[in-house]
Ligand binder design. Sequence first.
Ligand code: SF4
Length: 104
Amino acid sequence: MAELKCKAECCTYNKDECCCKGDIMVGGKHACNSDDTCCESFAERRGDSYSSAMEHPSRTISIDCEAAQCKYNTDYKCYADHVDIHGAGANDSRETACATFVER
Ligand code: SF4
């Protein structure tokens, strides 16, 4: 499980830079750099929907990841100790990125 810090404050699962979703999927099958990745689990917060989703913010999270070119990726699972997801002001998953990506 990675320690996660997420800057995508407009995501419905984001609470104080922690993720409340429990597990996430990072996209970027052909990623060669961080900008080619994104958090596929991003869901834009709409009013007070999903409020129950924010009850369990967690610092650690399980990450499935498509970015097979990343050195932390083994069998589409992330094994980094710490992961930073960028996406300040993002309203769509494409505006997020895994800043921890390092090409093999
Ligand atoms: S650090 Fe690498 S393996 Fe982990 S989520 Fe980011 S891109 Fe995927």
